[in-house]
Design a protein around this ligand. Structure first.
Ligand code: NAD
Ligand code: IPM
Ligand code: MN
Length: 344
């Protein structure tokens, strides 16, 4: 039987709750579709950092780089680590050092009553391709007296590969339009996004292209989310737009993401964070983690299992088994059990 080695970093806050709820669901779908998950739980988290001063040791990094097929991560962030040092090393560290340049964040309306906006909602179904290795996230800059300086790095290589990934995905999925978003009217460096977008688009003549400044896009996403298919943007705008996207279709409890570099092991994490106010209460929504698991299985070439998981989540939503963030009264474990029940 095919086995996949999955490293699990449950992390902080609700991270462990949603990951441990999602794992039996993933195991169930794996058994149904004839493969196995070899799970290895790693302790890296705020607790571990506070206890040992260790964020992500070098040996563990090499192990994650060389020996696993995927990394499944809950969330990192803890009020006891206000500088977020451990998350910088673990989460951003893995994205950067594994060169996972694609942050793939789907936004899909899974049930009509989850739409945040009034009015007749048709399908909301778009994907954000967030550049994941550059921008302000590199943390370059300095504090010079009263000047706090942050540098935003945009390289031709970095911009080109994320734009190309967006077009290739669009083409493979039969999508007809790619929207690129930047702030070139205020940030001169964003010229590279404009130029690169034009150049890459020329190789995809069947796909319509459009550009939106990010402020205008934020408005248009709220007004008319149905018209978007594929959005490609920089690291920071992708972070912000992905929470906006989640908000359009039910919130962070449903939003999945994958950090990818084609041909390499990926890092799979819900869009949400550690949600400190919810931690330990047993009511966090595990659906984002389960849907993140679907992205993981898709990457491991189990598309049927991935679709099956998505179907089971949709049916669970339709049956009204929902955590409080979606207006329901179910607990984390009830929702996970309801999803698993629909996979037998
Ligand atoms: P957050 O995503 O953790 O939570 C914001 C709010 O959204 C929560 O208070 C909760 O009301 C709701 N929410 C989020 N996930 C939910 C779920 N699964 N079920 C039900 N409700 C849910 O964002 P935040 O409060 O800005 O950040 C908290 C910490 O998490 C910070 O330390 C932040 O840096 C970190 N963070 C980590 C990641 C990550 O590890 N990928 C992502 C975002 C934020
Ligand atoms: C996300 C998170 C992270 C980010 C934080 C925790 C650094 O918000 O994955 O969306 O900004 O990328
Ligand atoms: Mn975010």
């Amino acid at each position: 039987m095919k086995r996949h080695r999955i490293a699990v970093i449950a992390g902080d806050g609700i991270g462990p709750e949603v990951i441990e709820a999602a794992i039996p669901v993933l195991e169930r779908v794996a058994a149904k579709h004839g493969f196995e998950l070899d799970l290895e739980r790693l302790p890296f988290s705020a607790d571990h950092y506070l206890r040992t001063k260790e964020t992500l040791p070098e040996g563990a990094f090499r192990h994650l780089r060389d020996d696993v097929d995927a990394i499944f991560l809950g969330a990192l962030g803890d009020p006891r680590v206000p500088g977020n040092e451990h998350a910088r090393d673990i989460l951003l560290g893995l994205r950067f050092r594994l060169d996972l340049y694609i942050n793939f964040r789907p936004v899909q309306l899974l049930h009509p009553d989850l739409a945040a906006l009034r009015g007749e909602r048709r399908t909301i179904d778009f994907v954000i391709f967030r550049e994941n290795t550059e921008g302000v996230y590199l943390g370059k800059g300095r504090i010079d007296g009263e000047r706090y300086i942050a540098e935003e790095i945009n390289t031709v290589k970095g911009v080109e590969r994320i734009i190309r990934a967006a077009f290739e995905w669009a083409k493979a999925r039969g999508k007809t339009r790619v929207t690129m978003s930047d702030k070139a009217n205020a940030v001169p460096a964003h010229k590279v996004w404009q130029e690169t977008f034009k150049r890459v688009a020329a190789a995809f003549p069947g796909i319509e292209t459009e550009h939106r400044y990010v402020d205008a896009l934020a408005l248009e996403l709220v007004r008319e989310p149905e018209r978007f298919q594929v959005i490609v943007t920089n690291n920071l705008y992708g972070d912000i737009l992905s929470d906006l996207g989640a908000g359009l279709v039910g919130g962070l409890g449903l939003a999945a993401s994958a950090n990818l570099h084609p041909g390499r092991a990926g890092l799979f994490e819900p869009v949400h964070g550690s949600a400190p106010p919810l931690a330990g209460k047993g009511i966090a929504n595990p659906m984002a983690a389960v849907l993140t698991g679907a992205l993981l299985l898709e990457q491991l070439r189990h598309p049927d299992a991935a679709r099956d998981l998505e179907r089971a989540v949709k049916e669970t939503l339709a049956a009204g088994v929902r955590t409080p963030d979606l207006g329901g009264g179910a607990r984390t474990r009830d929702v996970a059990a309801a999803i698993a029940d629909r996979l037998s």
